[in-house]
Ligand binder design. Structure first.
Ligand SMILES: Nc1nc2c(ncn2[C@@H]2O[C@H](COP(=O)(O)OP(=O)(O)OP(=O)(O)O)[C@@H](O)[C@H]2O)c(=O)[nH]1
Ligand SMILES: [Mg+2]
Length: 457
């Protein structure tokens, strides 16, 4: 009897290429029944890791297609199990017939992410690496793709493991001292221990920063454009995205729904969100648009508050700015944009004012380079060069929990010299950190992570 979970004893199949029509479509089969299925569908197992031209048959022996068959024996395959890939002609019917044939010969349809999950369960990848596969496939910029590839090759996991090692050594030091309870231990006079704590502190900070940057690369930066009607919100969106994405007219209340455009700012993926102008007494449709604008603000990373520089300082505008200010989540940065300076005849650029204020013209483009720079600055986006990796919210949350335990342990040591409590907090920190790479995980967590993958991954 093997100690593998039951679901690793069956064989799974799915199309690995997207649904639709293409020159080639690939069906992937993984599990112990691969040799037997290959016997029926191909007349025998092809030689390992060599492309072999074969006729593909269904369970009744009828030909379905002719193509290349690739066989990867265990454990040197992606999943760690015997894997067979059938490269046929890329049509949806051909793919469905191949999958059906494999199913009637004893395999079952794979669940979303199940190939990657098996790779994880068979120790071919850790959890952060498995997630990086999905991130590489879904990456929105070339930088994000390179960073995801680094996560996939283990750069991020290695940084997590290194911190994990540091925590283990520190805990061993503390526990070794606790083994002599008859002596009064003054941990804080132990220079080595204090230095080890400081090192862990610095390592947490470095990993936190790397993870933050990694999330930015993966998830991008969300910027919401808000303001009163007709101030030029949609014009600015069009200018920044380089296309006529939003309708622009001189009618106040043109935009009624939320419009999203992705732009690439020096490698940073930015999602620009244009919204309905905020005003009093809107009609029913506008009111819904305004409600959506307020929703968008809640989850934004930054807000561009647009004003019309050519309009007279107006009391309503001042009031609504104050009202909006109240509504903004405290930690969302706002740039005030004074638009239409071509009409007011002012100079473009940053104004000596708080909050951050910028003069632009969406018509002439004046000042918009500085706007791009400011958004990059707010996002804290730097070219991270060769070190960057991608990370997810799940990772930064786990890292945050680990750091909180570490800091709590540090505090009890400083305040009450309680070595036992430090050791316990370090154990909890280790456990939280282990959730990133999957050395500590529950079935629920695995189910949740892999269910977000597509079928066939
Ligand atoms: N002269 C000048 N006109 C501008 C500028 N920006 C926008 N406009 C004009 O202002 C009018 C309103 O622009 P929009 O981009 O539709 O404004 P909006 O804020 O999206 O308006 P709503 O969707 O109605 O809330 C249009 O006639 C634009 O051509 C600018 O910088 N200079
Ligand atoms: Mg608009």
């Amino acid at each position: 009897m093997s100690d593998k979970p039951d679901y690793l004893h069956d064989t799974i199949v799915a199309a690995a290429t997207p649904a639709g029509v293409g020159g080639i479509g690939i069906v992937r089969i993984s599990g112990p029944d691969v040799p037997q299925i290959a016997g029926k569908m191909l007349g025998g197992l092809p030689p390992p890791r060599v492309a072999s031209l074969r006729e593909f048959h269904d369970a009744a022996g009828e030909p379905i297609d002719t193509g290349l068959a690739l066989y990867f024996p265990e454990p040197g395959s992606f999943t760690g199990e015997p894997v067979l890939e059938l490269h046929g002609h890329g049509g949806p019917v051909v793919m469905a017939l191949l999958v059906d044939a494999a199913v009637s010969l004893g395999s079952r349809q794979a669940e979303p992410g199940e190939f990657s999950k098996r790779a994880f369960l068979n120790d071919k990848l850790d959890l952060a690496q498995a997630e990086a596969i999905a991130d590489l496939i879904g990456s929105g910029t070339a930088q994000a793709a390179r960073a995801a590839l680094r996560s996939l090759s283990g750069t991020f996991s290695a940084a997590v493991d290194a911190l994990q090692e540091q925590l283990i050594r520190l805990r061993a030091q503390v526990e070794a001292a606790l083994d002599f309870p008859e002596e009064e231990i003054d941990f804080l006079s132990d220079e080595q221990l204090v230095a080890a704590i400081d090192d862990c502190h610095a390592a947490f900070a470095a990993l936190r920063e790397g993870t933050r940057a990694g999330r930015l690369l993966r998830d991008g930066y969300q910027v919401v454009i808000v303001g009163r009607p007709n101030v030029g919100k949609s014009s600015l969106l069009n200018l920044l995205s380089g296309q006529e994405a939003a309708i622009v007219t001189e009618v106040a209340g043109t935009t009624r729904d939320i419009l999203r455009e992705h732009i690439n700012l020096d490698g940073l993926l930015v999602e620009l969100i244009d919204t309905a102008g905020l005003r009093e007494n809107p009609d029913q449709i506008e009111a819904e648009g305004i409600r959506r604008a307020r929703e968008a603000i809640k989850s934004a990373d930054a807000v561009l508050w647009i004003q019309d520089a050519s309009a007279k300082e107006n009391a309503i505008e001042k009031e609504s700015l104050a009202a909006l200010g109240e509504e903004l989540p405290a930690n969302v940065p706002v740039i005030t944009i004074r638009n239409k300076i071509d009409l007011s005849d002012e100079n473009p650029g940053l104004q000596d004012k708080r909050p951050l204020t910028l003069n632009v013209s969406a018509k002439t483009g004046a000042g918009t380079d500085i706007l791009r720079e400011q958004v990059l600055k707010l996002a804290g986006h730097k070219d991270l060069g060769e070190g960057a990796f991608t990370a997810r919210r799940r990772h930064s949350d786990a890292l945050g929990r680990a750091e909180a335990h570490f800091q709590a342990g540090r505090k009890v040591l400083e305040e009450s010299k309680a070595g036992e409590l430090l050791a316990e907090e370090l154990r909890l920190a280790q456990e939280a950190l282990g959730q990133i790479t999957g050395s500590f995980t529950s079935d629920d967590l695995l189910g949740k992570i892999f269910s977000e993958f597509c079928i066939g991954k």
